[in-house]
Design a protein around this ligand. Sequence first.
Ligand code: NAD
Length: 438
Amino acid sequence: MKIAMIGTGYVGLVSGICLSDFGHEVVCVDKDASKVEMLQQGEVPIYEPGLDQLMEKNVSAGRLSFTIDLPEALDGADAVFIAVGTPTRRGDGHADLSFVMAAAEEIARTAKNYIVIVTKSTVPVGTNRQVKQTVRKANPDLEFDVASNPEFLREGAAIEDFMKPDRVVVGVQTERAAEVMQEIYRPLYLREFPIMTTDLESAEMIKYAANAFLATKITFINEIAALCERTGADVKQVSRGMGFDGRIGNKFLHAGPGYGGSCFPKDTRALARTGQEHGLPLQITETVIAVNEEIKRRMIDKLVDMCDGSFNGKTVAVLGATFKPNTDDMREAPSLTIVPALVGGGAKVRVCDPQGKREGQERLPGVQWIDDPYKCVGNAHLVVLLTEWNEFRALDLKRIARKMETPRLADLRNIYSVKDAKRAGFDAYESVGRVGFT
Ligand code: NAD
C-alpha cells in the first residue's frame, strides 16, 4: 500500500514510521518546513524512545520519506491519514477542527484518483461526515471514502502501543474502504490483535469515551487520596487493594497531582461540549474536569504549607516538568500550573527534567534549568517531585537532604515514603493520599 500521512507530530510521525515498518510505502507531510528538514536529515524532532532507530531503518529500506509537498505524497496513494492537532478551541471547550478541515480541503484539491481519507486525529462525533462534505464540496469529481481510525498510543511507549495495540478501531461506510483499511493493518490481523470495524460515529465516540473513562478513573483515585490524607488511610494501599479486583483493574489508579498532558484535558472538555451541544450534559465528565482543577489547586496549597505559608524568598527545586516520563511533551503538564504559582509567589525556582528543557524554557519563564538533580536541589528550601522519570525513582535521598537549606520533600508521585524521608534526614515529607510529617 502507498500511504500519505499528514502531520508529523507525536501521533503522525509514530504512525507513519510504524506503518512503513509494516512494509507499506509511507510519505509523511508536514507544513512545518523546519520539522520536515530535520526529518529529512534523519533527526527526530520529538523525544520518543526507539523512534530514531525505527525511522532510520525504514528510510534506509526506501519505504519512508518526508516532504512538505502534499501532491508528491498523494501521488498514487491508496490512503491518506490526517494526524494533525485538535486542540481546545478558545472560549468554548470544543475541539478546534480547523487543522483537520484545512487538511481535508488540501486533499480534495490535490487528490486525483480514488483514495481513502482516514482521520487519525481525535475528533468529535460527526466530524468524519463533515470531512466527507468538505471534500465533496471542494472537489465534486473526486472518488473517495472516509474512515475514522482513532489512535490510542501513549507517548513514551508509542511504538509498542502502535505495534501491539489492545485494539485497532476502524469506522467506515463502505466495503471498499474497509478493505483498504484491512490491507493497511494486515500485519496486525495476522498477529491476531483485535481489529474492530464500526460505523463512523461509534469509532469517533469510542476514542472520547475511552479517554474520559481513564480521566475519570485517575480523578476518582485522586479524590479518594484527598480523603485518605484526612482520615489517615494510605492511598497506595487502597488502590492496590482495589486493583486486585478484576472488575476494577490496577491501571490508572495511581494518585498524583491531577491529570494533564496532550489528550485527557482537551478530550474531556470536547466530550463535555459535545454533550452540551446535544442537550445532554455529561455530568460525570463535567465533574471530573472540575475535580481535576480542584486537585491541581490543592497541590499548590500543599506546597505553600510546606513553605511555612509563603513561597516568597524560598528556593524551590522542581524535579520533572513533562506531563509524564519518557516524553518531552509539556502540554497541560502539572508543572505549567505549579511552577508559575511558585514563581508568582516569589520563589526562586530551579527545574530539572531529562527531556523537558527545550520546550520548558519557552513555557516556564523565570526559572533556572539545571541538568543534574543533585545540583538542582543545592540550598533549596523545598524539593517538589513532579514527574516520575526513572532518573528520580532511585535518588540518593541522604545526599539530597544534605545539600538543602531546609530538607523538605513534596513527593507528588508517591515514589518515596515517610520512612525513606525520615531515614534520609528530611524534616518534612508530604505526598498524595498519605499522611506525611513536618
Ligand atoms: P502535534 O501537535 O504533535 O502534531 C500535529 C502536526 O500536524 C504538527 O507537526 C503540525 O505542523 C502538523 N499539521 C497541522 N496542519 C497540517 C496540514 N494542513 N498539513 C500538514 N501538516 C499539518 O499533535 P499530536 O500530539 O500528534 O496529535 C495529533 C492528533 O492525535 C490529535 O487529534 C490528538 O488528540 C490525537 N492523539 C494524540 C495522542 C498523543 O499522545 N499525542 C494520542 C492519541 C491521539
